[in-house]
Ligand binder design. Sequence first.
Ligand SMILES: Nc1ncnc2c1ncn2[C@@H]1O[C@H](COP(=O)(O)OP(=O)(O)OP(=O)(O)O)[C@@H](O)[C@H]1O
Ligand SMILES: [Mg+2]
Length: 327
Amino acid sequence: MLLNALSRSVQVLFLGGKGGVGKTSTASAVALHRARAGGRVLLVSTDPAHNIGHLWEREIGDDVVTLFRDADGDGASAGRLDAVEVDPRRTVRAHVREVGQTLRSMMPEHLHRQVDEHLRMAEDSPGTHESALLERIAELVEQSLDDYDLIVFDTAPSGHTARLMALPETMTVWTEGLLARRDRAERFGAAVRALDRDDDPATQRDRRIRAVLTRRRTRFEQLRDVLRDERRCAFVVVLTPERLPVLESAELVTDLQGSGVRVGGLVVNRLSPDDAGEYLARRREQELRHVESLRELLPEMEVQTVPLLPGDVVGADAVGRLADLYA
Ligand SMILES: Nc1ncnc2c1ncn2[C@@H]1O[C@H](COP(=O)(O)OP(=O)(O)OP(=O)(O)O)[C@@H](O)[C@H]1O
Ligand SMILES: [Mg+2]
């Protein structure tokens, strides 16, 4: 099966798609399935309207919590499922603090209020949260690749995520531009001062800024490399078997591929049963026609169908039942 196979072949798996189609349920199920099979798995929600916590009926935040641990496991090698719900505001605040310190050290005291005002505005400006989210994703990938066999990202509804996938490239180029500008400024500054002594405050400040920028560049480069590496990363689009979702998912696949991301396949969730009365059987026929047109639109893509369960997917047991379907 598609998801099962992917969860064993890649290290980073993104799940995306329209609102309400089953991204969080599918991400949780595939993550649990891999953890039950002995894998160390990290499940990450990047959707601001986090719902891993609701689904698992657990309080989850920007610090990692463990949702499942293999009972027979001996610790280090045992299957485990950890989860984190990314809070971009936390990353933004940390950033603003860091930038604020640097700016204040550069500005005379009477301008500090203006610096603070400027940063408060920056905190709410468009793009700030997106880049902070991306930075946090890059940070998680950087920190977790060694500790986990698989990282599963439960992403926000469609458009947003496709844009985000294109960002590492932009951010890398942008940070490189900043570094090049700093290079010139530093050389100029050193020439003017005719010194580059360790205890010179300007030299120290330049070093600090350079260190921050270099760290970010390394992170974005690493994320970009992971996203483009077909052996390490795949994106799976989740949808329901209906006309508009089929068309929109085909568009999303094209967008993602345009950003250099490998789309590993599609999961058509909530397929009606054929053995639960004529009404649902007829519904299923209609749904299968939509699945067929999806295959025609994307002939090279693998498509997995997941049945409609009788109840909502809430709580660890229900996630477990969904996970069984991938076995
Ligand atoms: N195979 C399934 N059978 C029955 N119900 C399902 C199935 N998959 C998901 N659901 C239910 O569908 C609803 C939406 O699922 P889920 O929260 O996983 O979607 P989502 O794509 O993450 O939504 P959002 O875009 O709001 O984050 C939930 O109530 C969930 O319990
Ligand atoms: Mg969700």
